[in-house]
Design a protein around this ligand. Structure first.
Ligand SMILES: N=c1c2ncn([C@@H]3O[C@H](COP(=O)(O)OP(=O)(O)OP(=O)(O)O)[C@@H](O)[C@H]3O)c2ncn1[C@@H]1O[C@H](COP(=O)(O)O)[C@@H](O)[C@H]1O
Length: 105
């Protein structure tokens, strides 16, 4: 099993757990809006490190982004598998082709 699948399973298992026992449970208990806000904060921190060009910090912030992305999905009962299925559906379709084929205004 891939690390991110293991992580998502852990996050999912935290639903309904005692918020005092786990950061994930504490965040989930605050609701999906707070989980989304936290994801946004972590994304901004990763952007800052990407702009600064500090590799180690970007790796650390990238891990925070992936963790909080999974929490945000779980808060809305969206599974990582569903996101992966969407990526698989897009596999092989160039972003340029997809954009060119979008319905016009
Ligand atoms: N990957 C992570 C992970 N990444 C980051 N974090 C936590 O996310 C929190 C947010 O970090 P920040 O420093 O940005 O937040 P903060 O500034 O302290 O908080 P605020 O000021 O925003 O209130 C910290 O408490 C980090 O420890 C994580 N907490 C948990 N996990 C994974 O989730 C599993 C379950 O964790 P618990 O739910 O806590 O048992 C762990 O075993 C890990 O695998």
């Amino acid at each position: 099993m891939h690390q991110i699948d293991r992580l998502f399973a852990t996050i999912d298992a935290r639903k309904g757990a005692d918020p005092a026992s786990s950061w994930t449970a504490k965040l989930l208990a605050k609701g999906p809006e707070k989980c989304a806000e936290k994801f946004g904060e972590e994304a901004i921190e990763a952007i800052i490190e990407a702009v600064r060009g500090d590799r180690d910090s970007l790796i650390a912030e990238g891990a925070d982004v992936l963790f909080h992305f999974c929490v945000m999905l779980a808060a809305r009962d969206v599974s990582l598998d569903e996101v992966m299925a969407e990526l698989a559906r897009r596999d092989g379709t160039s972003g340029l082709t997809e954009k060119a084929n979008r319905p016009g205004p």
